[in-house]
Design a protein around this ligand. Structure first.
Ligand code: PLP
Length: 223
């Protein structure tokens, strides 16, 4: 069961953080991360107003796709293997996890076949964590250039970042700031996807305009 009060609280917190950083609630897009949650729970969320859903696995996204009570925007937020690209290019509005030219080229090729221009984000691993995918801060601009040169069916909309797990979200503020600095050096971008259940307010304060929230909306996941 989705707790509607939680959802209201999230929207209120988003607004507060947006105002703190000189923006409005409408400037921040909420992606509801529905991984490990059932289509019933997802549909409950949709009836409460959720419009954008995020999944981190291709197979799970495909199994839920088409089963929603209303049309929604699906986001692929997790690591994407090249051999699975063809299954999702017709289903998602934004791929958050592009971290190599090789992957970008495969998405580009598959999009050409269906005459689609795909919006993508470059995933950046600002803390250099071994356990996470994504390019280093230094690699962002060179990879962006390579993709622009080679992939005419892709549109780079910005960056996605997953901060390290930290007991105190203040400890990861610096990573959000670092990512924002690189984002500001990119041309023609408008999406900065960072912030999850435990750190979304700080991410917004540091410039995020898209947050990906799972646990706070749907509850704990049972792995
Ligand atoms: C699971 C996941 C989230 C949401 O995490 P919560 O802590 O449950 O809010 C956000 N982004 C990515 C890439 C994820 O895999």
């Amino acid at each position: 069961m989705i707790n509607q009060t939680n959802l209201q609280e999230i929207y209120a917190n988003i607004e507060k953080a947006a105002i703190k950083s000189g923006r409005k609630a409408e400037d921040i897009k909420l992606i509801a991360v529905s991984k490990m949650h059932s289509i019933e729970e997802i549909n409950e969320g949709i009836s409460l107003g959720l419009t954008d859903l995020g999944e981190n696995k291709v197979q799970e996204l495909c199994s839920k796709y088409g089963q929603t009570i209303k049309e929604v925007n699906w986001h692929l937020i997790g690591h994407l293997q090249t051999n699975k690209v063809k299954q999702i290019v017709d289903k998602v509005c934004l791929i958050h996890s592009v971290d190599s030219l090789h992957l970008a080229e495969e998405i580009d090729k598959r999009c050409k076949k269906i005459s689609k221009t795909m919006d993508i984000l470059i995933q950046v691993n600002a803390a250099g964590e071994e356990s996470k995918f994504g390019v280093s801060l230094k690699e962002v601009l060179p990879l962006t250039e390579e993709i622009k040169k080679n992939c005419e069916n892709l549109r780079i909309r910005g960056l996605m970042h997953i901060a390290p797990a930290a007991e105190n979200p203040e400890d990861v503020r610096k990573y959000f700031t670092d990512v924002k600095k690189i984002y500001d050096q990119m041309e023609n971008v408008d999406i900065l996807s960072m912030g999850m259940s435990h750190d979304y307010e700080i991410a917004i304060e540091e410039g995020a305009n898209m947050v990906r929230i799972g646990t706070l909306i749907f509850g704990e996941r049972n792995y």
